[in-house]
Design a protein around this ligand. Sequence first.
Ligand code: COS
Length: 387
Amino acid sequence: MFDFITEEHREIQQLARDFAQRSIAPIAEAHDESGDFPIDTIRQMGQMGFMGIEVPEEYGGVGMDTLAYSLALTEICKVDASHGTVMSVNNSLFSHGILKFGTEEQKHKYVTAVATGEKLGAYSLTEPMSGSDAGNMKSTAVLNEEGTHYVINGRKSWVTSAPYADIIVLFVMTDPQAKHRGVTAFIIETDQPGFERGKKEPKLGIRASATSEIMFENYLCPIENRLGKEGEGFKIAMTVLDAGRIGIASQALGIADAALEASIAYAKEREAFGQKIGQFQMIQQKLADMKTRVEASRLLIYQACLAKSASKKSGKRYSLEASMAKLYASESAMWVTTQAIQIHGGMGYSKEMPLERYFRDAKITEIYEGTSEIQRMVIARSLTGLR
Ligand code: COS
């Protein structure tokens, strides 16, 4: 039916499905419980190419398209959204920005290291007092007198993978008076003096992914590690988030798919009042609506993937398609996982089954990389052209 899904797409989807079943499924629950970062499986995912699916082969990646990335990510998240979070940050938030705005040297040095799984990447935009209002950041970078280094100071928060990241794409102010036009992007190596990681955030969901604050105190960033031009950072951040939002939509779809599959199986097996619960109309209605929302999410994600691929030639923004996919898939994941728990009753509420993990993991997809409110704002603005 979807002739844009090729044999190669099916192969990478199957590879991700097999890897997730074989290597992630046995450890997902324990890592969710302990909150320990699953470094071994993350490294394996890098070695298998899952951290650089869209990265061209010359920079160590698989050289496939956004749809391939989305299909693979959905499969990983169907088993464990925490692994998917790390995969999504490396692929879209980290590599996409450097590939689009970086120099040849930056691409070879940093994208290759992350795409091959040798190093772990991160992306840092948010600050304690600037989340949705991303242009209101306070951290600064000042070029030194010699013009060789930027001196970076400040504090960033909610940085996914920060406790383990080797390299971070960072956004700070080089000209605070200019507001969002004063934001500049940098590539930060975390083993240099002046960089510190805060405590790991205790989180409701995606507990095996690691998130923390990061602090900069007179950190010296060489001028060749500036990403793009001075003042271009906000646009870079937004461009990268458009790509990232397709990843989060795919993550939400994976979670919803898992909850739906478990619910169908349970409805066929569990009996009440002398019949399978799947024979009750109230359960049938839930399953029907869950399936419809899952498939509608999938179609919006396909549309966003195709729009992003087309934008490579046309240069046209795909913010509308990415935000619609993220908005709908994330809200559907929250709704579908809620229904899945309801169908499972007490068992759904119990840690004996993964339903409550899916429910907790789904929530973040409505928040990070732009809340549902921000997605609605992006969608409405692109419809009217008004700000
Ligand atoms: N791609 C390229 N450029 C973009 C863009 C995009 N997707 N979105 C906005 N821009 C540009 C605009 O064209 C504008 O350019 P000019 O300065 O040349 O006019 C500039 O960026 C500012 O745009 P805008 O005025 O729309 O910015 P706002 O401050 O109103 O913010 C939102 C826009 C709310 C959409 C943005 O701040 C946002 O996405 N916030 C959420 C941040 C987020 O997702 N945080 C999570 C971080 S990862 S956990």
